[in-house]
Design a binder for this molecule. Structure first.
Ligand code: HEM
Length: 529
């Protein structure tokens, strides 16, 4: 619905092109008389090098593709707004959370993680849930997933994990699901993945629609208020439509019959005015309690049970307008956990710390250089000025004779702003640090099974059956029997003996026999243990 506009959509308006009724031209504006025939030397002769019209057209076409995202390549997005319902200015000086009724434009991209751009929507996988808030103080990106925990505890394991998840390197099979040897090899050797793998074997991994998914920031982040006080926080999106999933048989059939099931649903709902909506909630924890819940708040394989810390709702988000152009908006959007505004800060979660490096790095390649924040969908709504200059595809025409500071030639260079809240400049929370420079996993990250147990036990009988069926189906595709056996005996048995038994029975594994795993006894425990 084009009547649903906001400040971001108005900004994009400047870049929109509507060629209806216009003359066909080259990129330099010369009108084209014949778009059907190339320029030939003689009616039946060779095409001439001189044909600048054909050369320009084919050159542009030859360069149409950019690399797909290295993960989360398959996705769909929409515009909308975030509205504060309960101001959170006791917790944060971030202006977009500070005033009841305040609206901030958002762009939200949902995705699967494993498959390539053209893969099916309804595969068993985690879903990305990335929200870009165009706030008056700069862009804030909440780059989350539809599950509250993650597979690994340290970003240094991410390339290993993704190599195991992606299609196998020799034959690029499978291209759209995780049922294969390398995935199960890695996770069965990596007990810290037990909790998240259980979530991915549950119905949460086959949502019925994007609009019925929860979203989570996963890591503990930090909120800082006007007095400089800090709290740790977990972000939650709760779908107004409720959480709802497919069953596996439906998911598989849809993957064949309508691989666009989720993106079509999002698009059509918005076109029909059935706008998807979520509540934004916060779980707020004192830093002193980082270790007092029986796990470490810095460990991204753990969630904070809502019985211990209830979710405080602060706002709602509505998606009410489809993009005009998939490539320009959805494909070129660059989300980054490091896009923050004053009042929002990081924790030392080692997965989050690594992500702070990874997103810009990958976007430099994917979007062709350091000017990707000038692409219309990525531009902030507030002004942005600095002394960064040049590089491919520069849009700004910077005036002035000096691009450094201090300088005495162009006296009025862009100045630093005193720190928020009084000034509004971003300055990091002065968290005290201590310790030795070491490469270790904290002993407080060592428990890999307690929350997996809780998750399993919180499931209804039908949900447990779906989980047993999922492990049995996925592991039955694994060719190397010792990998199947290792997952059942070394991981599932530690989650719940009955879960292990039920999967073992389906796979014909004898739980009493000694394992044949070549890695037996060499499980990758945390070095701190
Ligand atoms: C992309 C979430 C961990 C690297 C994404 C996207 C989401 C996401 C939602 C898609 C963004 C979009 O729609 O454009 C998460 C979550 C994580 C996690 C919730 C864990 C809690 C990591 C880690 C790394 C990483 C540990 C690397 C060390 C990337 C990269 C992309 C990506 C390189 C592609 C970005 C692009 O090309 O624009 N992630 N991720 N992620 N993620 Fe993560």
């Amino acid at each position: 619905d084009r009547s649903n506009s906001n400040a971001k959509l108005e900004q994009l308006e400047r870049f929109r092109e509507d060629a209806t009724g216009e003359a066909l031209t080259t990129n330099t504006g010369t009108r084209i008389a014949d778009n059907q025939n190339s320029l030939r030397g003689g009616e039946r002769g060779p095409t001439l090098m001189e044909d600048f019209i054909m050369r320009e057209k084919i050159t542009h076409f030859d360069h149409e593709r950019i690399p797909e995202r290295v993960v989360h390549a398959r996705g769909a997005a929409a515009h909308g707004y975030f509205e504060v319902t309960e101001p959170a200015n006791d917790l944060t000086c971030a202006a977009f959370l500070g005033e009841a009724g305040k609206r901030t434009p958002v762009f939200v991209r949902f995705s699967t993680v494993q498959g390539p751009r053209g893969s099916a929507d309804t595969v068993r996988d985690v879903r990305g849930f990335a929200v870009k808030f165009y706030t008056e103080e700069g862009n804030f990106d909440l780059v989350g997933n539809n599950m509250p925990v993650f597979f690994i505890q340290d970003a240094i394991k991410f390339p290993d994990f993704v190599h195991a998840v992606k299609p196998e390197p020799h034959n690029e099979i499978p291209t759209g699901a995780s049922a294969h040897d390398t995935f199960w090899d890695f996770v069965s050797l990596t007990p810290e993945s037990a909790h998240m793998v259980l979530w991915t074997m549950s119905d949460r991994a086959i949502p019925i629609a994007y609009r019925s998914m929860q979203g989570f920031g996963v890591h503990s982040f930090r909120l800082v208020n006007g007095e400089g006080q800090s709290k740790l926080v977990k972000f939650h999106w709760r779908p107004k439509a409720g959480v709802c999933s497919l069953v596996w048989d439906e998911a598989q059939k849809l993957a064949g019959k309508d691989p666009d099931f989720h993106r079509r649903g999002l698009w059509e709902d918005i076109e029909r005015g059935l706008y998807p909506e979520w509540e934004l909630g916060l779980q707020v924890m004192d830093e002193e309690d980082a270790l007092s819940f029986g796990f470490d708040l810095l460990d991204p394989t753990k969630l904070v049970p809502e019985e211990l810390v209830p979710v405080r709702v602060v706002g709602r988000m509505v998606l009410n307008r489809n993009p005009d152009n998939f490539f320009a908006e959805t494909e070129q959007a660059a989300f980054h956990v490091g896009h923050v505004v004053p009042g929002i800060d990081f924790s030392n979660d080692p997965l989050l710390q690594g992500r702070l490096f990874s997103y810009t790095d990958t976007q430099l390649l994917r979007l062709g250089g350091p000017n990707f924040n000038e692409i219309p969908i990525n531009r902030p709504l507030c002004p942005f000025h600095n002394n960064q200059r040049d590089a491919p595809h520069r849009q700004q025409i910077n005036r002035g004779r000096a691009s450094y500071e201090p300088n005495s030639i162009d006296g009025n260079w862009p100045r630093e702003t005193p720190p928020a809240p009084s000034g509004g400049g971003y300055s990091p929370y002065p968290e005290p640090l201590q310790g030795h420079k070491v490469r270790v996993r904290s002993a407080s990250f060592a428990d890999h099974f307690s929350q997996a147990k809780l998750f399993w036990r919180s499931m209804s009988e039908a949900e447990q059956q779906h989980i047993v069926d999922a492990y049995s189906f996925e592991l039955s595709k694994v060719e190397r029997l010792y990998i199947r056996e290792r997952q059942v005996k070394e991981i599932l048995a530690h989650i719940d003996p009955l879960l292990a038994l039920r999967v073992a029975e389906n796979l014909g594994i004898d739980l009493d026999s000694t394992s044949t795993s070549p890695m037996e006894g060499k499980l990758q425990d945390s070095p701190a243990l």
